[in-house]
Write a protein that binds this ligand. Structure first.
Ligand code: FAD
Ligand code: 2HG
Ligand code: ZN
Length: 505
């Protein structure tokens, strides 16, 4: 199993307080109580161990700041309960006292959703970290929410199974965190969305009520499917404490090919060909533009995987199946045809497990590479494939017209605007790498990017969610009626709005 622990030390610059950077967007809600000694005493009595309360300024930074070092809250308290009952007691108390709470998993989210804005209490589920059970016949895993994704997958590997979601942050993000985000990841193309694979959840509602559907079965058609409300709710409806998920058998054979392509037209043809010719063994189809590769090359200080030159587009294709000989032959024929048709200019196929890992590591290093210069504005979008790359071109044009962008000129705020993503799912990651976060750049990008996406019938969030970043932009992807229904559900379950305030609801 590939393994990267998410690196958070790429910049030594201090992080500006969200409340100051975005003072035009957000004010502290004075209905929320400020933390007092009596509250701390209560939490100590629930957690029964001072180590499960963090109040030290230096230690708090890790929880207050986000992975991109773009957002920073001012929480004075992190609580790390060990049981669902403790989560319930904490939330019941916070609801009664009107203390605001931010649920936090591995803190790898990319929209500022896991960090407070003001003095909200951070409720970390990191200590809820046990695998509860695994049924080797059905493949159903029941796990605490705070289990690190990679640990869950390693556990499953020993049983011959696989967690049906994989992403670059796997060494840090939690099973509960990915469910709360409805993360997509690198193999959604093959295993589908968490809305399909999650069978049941345990979650604590803002008033302390414990909801559980952990015993649910593969098929259960009895009324509303309530767990769906929590999948992708981003910590605004309840704190997820347990996850029951259906896991597929681990494929016996995997192949990875890394290809260079000269036109976007050809990229689309390679995709349709891969779906047709590789069909059931195709497990990932990842897209990267040439400039994203240049940033990665400079960041990793390694040569390109393909040494014959610079190309405008690259593709990573993965196959997973049960019969190595069959899969090798299929991939070879497919690649031979694509080259003969002139769709692929050059390529490498991993010859062993190390090469396979290296190619995936290269792809998974892109988010770190784009953040390496001092900051990054990230837009995670769904677009029809015909328009998929046009957004990167339009953004580059806009930044160039304003004289804001230059890869080699340190006096320009923007380093590069690059595109990569899960093309197989119609999901593009537009990343604008900057030397520092800058209001002029942000004004050039927003709402321009959101308007462009709406005009081209896309979604402003394919998999990262809305969080704080897109709090004012949900209307670009949801109708007034949908927003009204979302607010009604929120008000019903969280009338005091204590859970993850100042975010998208
Ligand atoms: P956090 O960041 O802690 O929280 C995310 C949100 O969920 C917050 O709103 C938080 O309040 C809420 N939350 C967390 N835990 C709970 C809980 N137990 N109960 C209720 N609410 C909770 N995402 C993708 O979709 N695909 C990718 O390929 C991908 N790759 C990534 C690669 C890197 C290097 C990084 C840094 C991030 C990547 N992400 C990707 C972003 C992705 O959102 C997160 O990695 C993951 O989903 C968040 O999990 P977490 O445990 O870190 O949650
Ligand atoms: C990925 O696909 C993640 O690597 C992060 O979703 C995307 O860096 C990004 O914008
Ligand atoms: Zn992604």
């Amino acid at each position: 199993m590939r393994s990267i622990r998410v690196n958070r030390n790429y910049s030594t610059k201090t992080v500006a307080l969200t409340a100051e950077t975005y003072s035009d967007k957000v004010k502290r809600d004075e209905r929320f109580k400020k933390l007092e000694d009596s509250d701390l005493k209560f939490f100590e009595s629930v957690l029964k161990d001072k180590n499960y309360l963090i109040t030290n300024e230096d230690d708090l930074d890790f929880f207050n700041e986000d992975w991109m070092r773009k957002y920073k809250g001012q929480s004075k308290l992190v609580l790390k309960p060990k049981t669902t009952e403790q989560v319930s007691e904490i939330l019941k108390y916070c609801n009664e006292k009107k203390l605001a709470v931010v649920p936090q998993g591995g803190n790898t989210g990319l929209v500022g959703g896991s960090n407070p804005i003001f003095d909200e209490i951070i409720l970390s589920v990191a200590n809820l970290n046990k695998i509860r059970s695994f049924d080797e016949v059905s493949g159903i895993l029941k796990s605490d929410a705070g289990v690190i994704l990679e640990n869950a997958d390693n556990f499953l590997a020993e049983k011959g199974y696989l967690f049906p979601l994989d992403l670059g942050a796997k060494g840090s993000c939690h099973v509960g965190g990915v469910v709360a985000t409805n993360a997509g990841g690198l193999r959604l193309l093959r295993y589908g969305s968490l809305h399909g694979t999650v069978l049941g959840l345990e979650a604590v509602l803002p008033d302390g009520t414990i909801y559980s559907s952990m015993d649910s079965l593969r098929k259960d058609n009895t009324g509303y499917d309530l767990k769906q409300l929590f999948i992708g709710s981003e910590g605004t409806l309840g704190v997820i404490t347990g996850v029951s998920i259906l896991c597929p058998a681990r494929p016996a054979a995997s192949n990875v090919a890394f290809l260079a392509v000269s036109s976007y037209e050809a990229v689309q043809k390679v995709f349709t060909g891969a779906r047709r010719e590789l069909s059931e063994i195709l497990s990932a189809f990842e897209f990267m533009d040439g400039t994203s590769q240049e940033l990665t090359r400079r960041y990793l200080k390694l040569d390109y995987p393909i040494e014959s030159g610079d190309y405008p587009y690259y593709i990573l294709i993965e196959t997973s199946g049960s019969n190595k000989e069959h899969d090798d032959e299929k991939l070879e024929t497919f690649l031979g045809n694509a080259m003969e048709e002139g769709l692929v200019d050059d390529g490498v196929v991993a010859q062993d497990e190390t090469q396979l890992r290296n190619l995936w590591n290269w792809r998974e290093s892109l988010p770190e590479a784009t953040a390496h210069w001092g900051g990054v504005y990230k837009y995670d979008v769904s677009l029809p494939l015909k328009d998929y790359y046009k957004l990167v071109e339009a953004t580059n044009q806009r930044l160039s017209e304003r004289g804001l962008i230059d890869l080699d000129d340190d006096s320009k705020p923007v380093v590069e605007a690059v595109g990569y993503g899960h093309l197989g799912d119609g999901n593009l990651h537009l990343n604008v790498a900057v030397r520092e976060y800058n209001k002029e750049v942000e004004k050039a990008l927003e709402p321009f990017v959101y308007e462009w996406i709406k005009e081209h019938k896309g979604s402003i969030s394919a998999e990262h969610g809305l969080g704080f970043q897109k709090k004012n932009y949900i209307g670009y992807s949801k109708s007034d009626i949908e927003i009204k229904m979302i607010k009604e559900i929120k008000n019903h379950y969280d009338p005091n709005c204590i859970l993850n305030p100042y975010k998208y609801v």
